[in-house]
Design a protein around this ligand. Structure first.
Ligand code: SF4
Length: 328
C-alpha cells in the first residue's frame, strides 16, 4: 500500500462577486469546487487544465495561502484544516509545517525580492527556523548554490543580475533550503525558454531523487507533464474530471475533455484528419457554470442527461477515475 503524504478532500474555494443590486442574491465564482486527490510519498502528481480552470487556486488553498471555503487538507497525520469539522491548524503550528511544504512560483522575476541578495533569499527560511547553526549558514548557502547548478561566487548578487533560468534555480534553492517533503510547483517553467525548461526540469528530477520529495506539478503543458509526472489530475472549471497514471492517461484517456486537450497538444507526428475531438469555444465563467456536466456545452459527445445530472468521479479500474456519464 502506498504511503499517503497529502490528502485533499472536497476542497472548495468560492470568491464572492459584487452584487448587481441590494436585493439580489450573493453570487460566487467557484474557482475550486469539490476537488479530492492524494499525493503519495516520492510521487510527482500533475495538475493540468486550461487557463482559468482553478489549478493555481488549488495549490494556494492547499498551503493555506488563501482560505478554503470548504473541504479538508491532511499532511501526513496532521490536519491543516477541515472546514466542515471546524478544525484549523494554529498559526505557529502551520508556520512550522510550512518547512515541509514549499512552493516554487511561475514568475521567477516577481517571486524574488529585488532588495535581497541571493544569500539572504536562499537562507531566509534557515535563519527564521534556525535549522542550522549560525556559523554554518554561509556554508549551507554555498551547498544550495552548488546543488542547484549556480556559482557560489554569485551569492552577493541581486536577482536582476540573473537570467530567467538562473532566477528559477534560485527559487528552487530557496524551496529546498528547509528540506521539504512536498513542493507545489506552479508552472515553474512557463516563463522560461524551451532550452532552459529542460535544464530546470532535469534539476527538479535530480533534487527529488536526492531528497525523496514529492511534487504537485501545476502546468498547462501536457508534453512536459507526460514525461515528468507519475500521475495526472485533469481539471475543468474548478473540478477534477479525470485522474490516472501518466502512461494510462496519455495512451487511453476516458474523459472527452482530456481527449480534446491531448488533441490540442502540438505534435511533430502526422496530424489526424478523422475522428479528432476539437475543443471549441471559451471556457465558461465559473461565476455561472453550466448545469450538469460543466463540459457539456463544449462536448461533442454530450447527451440530454449531461445537462441535467453532474457525473460523479468514479473509478473505472486500476485507480483510473473519471467523471463522465459515458463511462458509468
Ligand atoms: Fe461529455 Fe456528457 Fe461526458 Fe460531460 S458527461 S464529458 S458532456 S459525455
Amino acid at each position: 500500500m502506498q504511503d499517503t503524504l497529502l490528502q485533499v478532500r472536497n476542497l472548495k474555494k468560492y470568491f464572492p462577486v459584487k452584487k448587481e443590486g441590494y436585493f439580489q442574491p450573493q453570487k460566487y465564482v467557484k474557482a475550486v469546487d469539490d476537488v479530492s486527490f492524494d499525493i503519495h510519498r516520492g510521487e510527482i502528481v500533475g495538475l493540468v487544465g486550461e487557463s482559468g480552470s482553478g489549478k493555481t487556486t488549488v495549490g494556494k488553498t492547499i498551503l493555506n495561502l488563501i482560505e478554503a471555503t470548504g473541504g479538508s487538507v491532511r499532511f501526513e497525520d496532521r490536519v491543516l484544516f477541515d472546514v466542515e469539522a471546524g478544525k484549523k491548524m494554529k498559526r505557529d503550528e502551520l508556520e512550522l509545517l510550512r518547512q515541509s511544504m514549499q512552493m516554487v512560483f511561475q514568475d521567477p522575476y516577481a517571486s524574488l525580492d529585488p532588495r535581497m541578495n541571493v544569500e539572504r533569499i536562499i537562507t531566509e527560511g534557515i535563519v527564521k527556523f534556525r535549522t542550522c547553526p549560525k556559523a554554518d549558514i554561509h556554508k549551507k548557502a554555498v551547498e544550495l548554490m552548488a546543488e542547484c547548478g549556480l556559482d557560489a561566487a554569485c551569492l552577493q548578487k541581486y536577482p536582476h543580475q540573473f537570467s530567467g533560468g538562473q532566477r528559477q534555480r534560485i527559487g528552487i534553492a530557496r524551496a529546498i533550503s528547509l528540506e521539504p517533503k512536498l513542493i507545489i510547483c506552479d508552472e515553474p517553467t512557463a516563463a522560461l525558454d524551451v532550452s532552459i525548461q529542460s535544464q530546470v526540469l532535469n534539476l527538479m528530477l535530480e533534487l527529488r531523487e536526492k531528497h525523496s520529495m514529492s511534487y504537485l506539478f501545476i502546468s498547462h503543458n501536457l508534453g512536459i507533464v507526460q514525461h515528468f509526472c507519475n500521475r495526472v489530475c485533469v481539471m475543468y472549471l474548478g473540478s477534477i474530471v479525470e485522474i490516472a497514471d501518466a502512461s494510462q492517461l496519455f495512451t487511453n484517456c476516458a474523459h472527452p475533455y482530456t481527449a480534446a486537450l491531448l488533441e490540442a497538444t502540438p505534435s511533430v507526428k502526422e496530424p489526424k484528419t478523422q475522428g479528432r475531438i476539437l475543443l471549441t469555444g471559451e471556457i465558461p465563467s465559473p461565476a455561472s457554470p453550466p448545469t450538469g456536466c460543466k463540459f457539456h456545452p463544449r462536448c461533442s459527445k454530450a447527451m440530454d442527461l449531461c445537462a441535467k445530472e453532474t457525473p460523479a468521479l468514479k473509478d473505472i479500474g486500476g485507480g483510473h477515475l473519471t467523471a463522465c456519464h459515458l463511462c458509468c
